[in-house]
Design a binder for this molecule. Structure first.
Ligand SMILES: Cc1cc2nc3c(=O)[nH]c(=O)nc-3n(C[C@H](O)[C@H](O)[C@H](O)COP(=O)(O)OP(=O)(O)OC[C@H]3O[C@@H](n4cnc5c(N)ncnc54)[C@H](O)[C@@H]3O)c2cc1C
Length: 427
C-alpha cells in the first residue's frame, strides 16, 4: 500500500463516516501514524440522503472528499480500499489493494440495510443507505411517472404511482413527507396530462406508533403532519413479502406497487475476522466495553453504528445515530493516546443531544433532553442543526441556497434521470 513504517505507532481506521472522521481529527496533530481506509473516497452525510432521492439536493452537496477533510494533517494516510478480513492475532487487515499491519485497529464501518433474511424483499425493494442507492431511487420515482403517462392499463398506472415505504422511523417519515410535497407541488406542473391525485404514499409500520424512539407527542404530531399531507400511515402492519409487484402483509392489507422502499432497519457492517458469535450481539453489532474495546483485545476497538455499547440507559446499545458515532470517535482519540502513554483510559459517557425529524415544508418534530417542540420553529432548528453538521463550507452554502430556492419556488430542480435505474442485485 506504499505506507512507510515510522517510529510512531500505527492506528488503522476502517471507515470514514461520522465516527472514523471524528477519531482521525482528534488524532490529527499527535505523534501517531493514522491510516484511514474506506471503500469510497468520500464521506456521506446520510441524514440528507432522502433529499437526494427526491430531487431536493444534488449528491455532491451531501458528500465530501475524505482526502480534503484531512489534507492538513501530518502523519496521515488515506487509501481507497475495502477491508475484507481482519487477522487480529497477526495484527493485519486484508483489503482489495493489499495487506496492512496495524498497532491499533479501529473498526468504524457503520451499518448496512437489514432485510431480516428476506431475500425476495432484498431483491425487489429499494434501499436508501448510500448515494448510489439514493440516485437509483430518484431515477426510479421519476421513471415511474414517465411510464404511468404512457400506459393505458389502469392497474399498472396505479402501481407505478403507488409508493410504499416500510418503516416509520425518521428515514421513512422524512422520505414520505418529501414525496408528499412532490405530489402536491411538482407533479401537477410536470405532468398536467396525468391525474397525479391518484399517486399514493404509504408508510407501513409494524408497531403501534411511528418515530418509536421519540416522545409520544413527537410521534402523534408527526402522524398528524403526514396525514395532513395525504400520506397513509398503516400501524401494526408487518410487511411479509414483495415480488416486485405485490406487497403482502400479516393482515388482509396488500399493496400493488412498482416501488417498495425498505427503511425498516439496519445492522452492523461487521468484517470477517471480528464477526464470531461471541463478539457480536443484537443487530449484528460488535459488543464493546466502556472504552470501545472489542472483547478480548486491548488494541482493537469499534465505534459508531457497528459498535454496541450497553449502558444502564441503553440496554440494547447506544442508538445507531450520528451523535454517538461522533462522540465515541472523539473520546477514543483521547483513550488511544492514553493507552500509548500507559495511562488509564476514561470510560465513554454518551451525551444525548436530542433527536429530530422533518415532515415536509415548515414541519418538524424535535425532542431535546429538556425541551420538546413541533411545527415551524422545530423545522428551523432541524435545518440549522443539519447545516451545522454538514462537512465543508461549500456544501453548507450550496445546501442553504438550495433550500431557500426550493422553499421560495416550491421546487426541486434535481429531478433528473441521469442514469436510468437498473436493479443491481448486490444492493
Ligand atoms: C437515510 C438515513 C438517514 C439518517 N438520518 C439520521 C439523522 O437524522 N440523525 C442521526 O443522528 N442519524 C441519522 N442516520 C444515522 C447516521 O447516519 C449513522 O448513525 C451514522 O452515519 C453512523 O456513523 P458511522 O461512522 O458509524 O458509520 P457511517 O457513517 O455509515 O460510515 C461508515 C463508513 O465505513 C465505510 N466502510 C464500511 N465497510 C467498509 C469496509 N469493509 N472497508 C472499507 N470501508 C468500509 C463506508 O464506506 C462508510 O464511509 C441516518 C441514516 C440513514 C441511512
Amino acid at each position: 500500500m506504499n505506507i512507510p513504517r515510522t517510529s510512531y505507532p500505527r492506528i488503522v481506521i476502517i471507515g470514514g463516516g461520522f465516527a472514523g472522521i471524528s477519531l482521525a481529527k482528534k488524532l490529527s496533530k499527535q505523534e501517531v501514524q493514522v491510516v484511514l481506509l474506506d471503500k469510497n473516497n468520500y464521506h456521506t452525510f446520510q441524514p440528507l440522503l432522502y433529499q437526494v432521492s427526491t430531487g431536493g439536493l444534488e449528491p455532491d452537496s451531501i458528500a465530501y472528499p475524505i482526502r480534503k477533510i484531512l489534507k492538513d494533517f501530518p502523519n496521515f494516510h488515506f487509501r481507497l480500499a475495502e477491508v475484507n478480513e481482519i487477522d487480529a492475532s497477526a495484527k493485519k487487515v486484508m483489503t482489495n489493494i493489499g495487506v496492512l499491519k496495524f498497532d491499533y485497529l479501529v473498526i468504524a464501518s457503520g451499518s448496512k440495510t437489514n432485510y431480516f433474511g428476506n431475500e425476495e424483499i432484498k431483491k425487489h425493494s429499494m434501499a436508501m443507505k448510500t448515494i448510489p442507492q439514493s440516485l437509483n431511487l430518484r431515477s426510479l420515482i421519476l421513471e415511474n411517472f414517465e411510464e404511468a403517462l404512457l400506459t393505458s392499463d389502469l392497474h399498472e398506472r396505479n402501481a407505478l404511482m403507488n409508493f410504499v415505504i416500510v418503516g416509520g422511523g425518521p428515514t421513512g417519515v422524512e422520505l414520505a413527507g418529501a414525496l408528499a410535497e412532490i405530489k402536491k407541488g411538482i407533479l401537477p406542473k410536470d405532468y398536467p396530462d396525468l391525474d397525479t391525485r391518484l399517486a399514493q404514499i404509504h408508510i407501513v409500520q409494524s408497531s403501534d406508533c411511528i418515530l418509536k424512539g421519540m416522545s409520544d407527542k413527537a410521534s402523534e404530531k408527526a402522524e398528524e403532519f403526514l396525514e395532513k399531507l395525504g400520506v397513509n400511515v398503516w400501524k401494526n402492519v408487518r410487511v411479509i413479502d414483495y415480488d416486485g409487484k405485490l406487497v403482502t402483509t400479516d393482515t388482509d392489507l396488500t399493496f400493488e406497487t412498482a416501488t417498495l422502499i425498505w427503511a425498516a432497519g439496519v445492522m452492523g457492517a461487521t468484517i470477517k475476522g471480528i464477526d464470531s458469535r461471541e463478539l457480536i450481539t443484537r443487530g449484528n453489532r460488535i459488543l464493546v466495553n466502556e472504552f470501545n474495546q472489542v472483547k478480548s483485545f486491548s488494541n482493537i476497538f469499534a465505534i459508531g453504528d457497528v459498535a454496541c455499547m450497553v449502558t444502564d440507559d441503553y440496554m440494547d446499545g447506544l442508538p445507531m445515530m450520528a451523535q454517538p458515532a461522533i462522540q465515541q470517535g472523539e473520546q477514543l482519540g483521547d483513550n488511544i493516546l492514553r493507552l500509548i502513554e500507559q495511562k488509564p483510559m476514561k470510560p465513554f459517557e454518551y451525551k444525548d443531544k436530542g433527536v429530530m425529524a422533518t415532515i415536509g415544508r415548515n414541519k418538524a418534530v424535535v425532542d431535546l433532553p429538556k425541551f420538546k417542540f413541533q411545527g415551524v420553529f422545530a423545522w428551523f432548528v432541524w435545518m440549522f442543526v443539519h447545516l451545522f453538521f454538514l462537512i465543508g463550507f461549500r456544501n453548507r452554502v450550496v445546501v442553504f441556497v438550495n433550500w431557500v430556492y426550493n422553499y421560495v419556488r416550491f421546487d426541486r430542480e434535481a429531478r433528473l434521470i441521469i442514469r436510468p435505474f437498473k436493479k443491481n442485485l448486490k444492493n
